[in-house]
Design a protein around this ligand. Structure first.
Ligand code: MLT
Length: 410
């Protein structure tokens, strides 16, 4: 009889957003006329920018002609896209990358989830608490986390982020081999300044750690002293992997395109103590298990870097940041403690006293017909908090705040 990967049995319940969808579907069945506003999952609502659409159409036409048709592409991504990424996202910040250091993929969720595969199972991982659940869950699946006791896995270092430290993680007291950092942060909306980020690079250098830096929300950074890439910090190219996505800046959540930067200088140790580049391992992993992002989609992503594309994605980000402001100001005006939403599309709020995160989820759904995300779904330190996204339409965001002000019995 075949046996299962027992590590999967250590995972509590279902994936957070699947659980929310289940609850909302049930509510909808019971209340078919309710006009539900969804500010839960961070899914964009605006259509793809016109420059992207035009490029997608052209690419579809190319596929209809034998001379311009594309079959299997390079698993790592086409050079036409990678070169644009390097020239637009990195060169202007004085970051030099080679084409074979950027891997185009179908999402940061997949890449941040898959990347742990190339590390030994005995590494100690550190995550912030609260955290984007994918980092933890994929390490649980791999058998790297130990057992779940009182809401925490025994072998994981949890870096608590709460009001007391302004949601800024402190360096681990014990030695962490692999550290996940997401900035701007999902779920709290926090960012790190250059000086703060420098301490992480220094920690990694000193301890032989690898930083897995998820910068999927970098386009939302508004303030000048916040780095957009970890490679803006000196020495980071020796210790950090960076994950970026077209989902949140260009609306690709349904279209799927992202990329991961794996500098050739980032190395980890073999059992015999030799230093080995992660770039060649990730290349081996991707060429074996991944077929690459479709040509058509990569042509769409390439258009993000055209002059029109750059202007259109700026407008898109600014639309959502206006929503963030509406949510921040609206909630603050009724006396709630609100965080994030300044350099990030997420607003993190303290739930009213006497309620836990899921109780507030139910209350918001029942009284105002609004869906958000319970903070406890992101980890034990998220208990008592709640996340709203700025990715709704402007009309529904304004309406949501109006409903919270008028319908919610606080
Ligand atoms: C979220 O709501 O946290 C995001 O949508 C997750 C994701 O992008 O996978």
């Amino acid at each position: 009889m075949a046996t299962i990967n027992e590590n999967y049995l250590k995972l509590p319940g279902s994936y957070l957003f699947a659980e929310i969808a289940r609850k909302v579907n049930y509510f909808k069945e019971q209340n078919p006329s309710a006009n539900i506003i969804r500010l839960g999952i961070g899914d964009v609502t605006l259509p793809l920018p016109p420059a992207v659409i035009a490029s997608l159409h052209d690419a579809v036409d190319e596929m209809a002609n034998a001379d311009t048709f594309h079959g299997y592409g390079p698993e790592q991504g086409y050079t036409f896209l990678i070169q644009k990424i390097i020239d637009t996202d990195y060169k202007p910040r004085n970051i030099q990358l080679d084409v074979d250091e950027v891997f185009v993929s179908d999402g940061s969720k997949s890449d941040t989830g898959n990347f742990q595969e190339i590390f030994g199972v005995d590494n100690t991982i550190a995550i912030t608490d609260p955290v984007y659940p994918v980092y933890l869950d994929t390490n649980v699946m791999a058998g790297r986390t130990g057992e779940l006791v009182n809401g925490k896995f025994g072998k994981v270092l949890y870096l608590t982020c709460n009001q007391d430290n302004n949601f800024v993680p402190e360096l681990p007291k014990e030695k962490a081999d692999i550290i996940y950092i997401c900035m701007p942060n999902n779920p709290t909306g926090t960012t790190l300044t250059r000086t703060q980020l420098k301490t992480w690079v220094e920690y990694a250098k000193k301890n032989g750690s690898i930083l897995l830096y998820d910068a999927a929300y970098e386009a939302y950074i508004q303030q000048d002293d916040i780095p957009h890439s970890i490679y803006e910090i000196e020495g980071a190219k020796d210790v950090a992997i960076e994950f970026r996505s077209f989902s949140k800046n260009a609306g690709f959540t349904g279209t799927r395109c992202a990329f991961t930067v794996v500098p050739k200088s980032v190395k980890a140790k073999t059992a015999s103590g030799e230093l080995y580049p992660l770039n060649s391992l990730w290349n081996r992993r991707q060429t074996t298990k991944f077929n690459g992002v479709p040509y058509i989609i990569q042509k769409g992503a390439e258009a993000v870097y055209s002059a029109n594309g750059q202007k259109q994605i700026k407008d898109l980000v600014s639309y959502y940041m206006t929503n963030a402001k509406v949510i921040r100001e609206g909630l603050t005006s009724i006396g709630l403690s609100v965080y994030g939403g300044v350099n990030a599309p997420y607003i993190w709020l303290k739930v009213p006293q006497g309620l836990d995160s899921w109780a507030f989820f139910d209350k918001l759904l029942e009284e105002a017909h609004i869906v958000g995300t319970p903070g406890s779904g992101f980890g034990p330190a998220g208990e008592g908090y709640f996340r709203l996204t700025a990715f709704g339409s402007q009309e529904s965001t304004v309406e949501a705040i109006e409903r919270i002000k008028t319908r919610l019995k606080l």
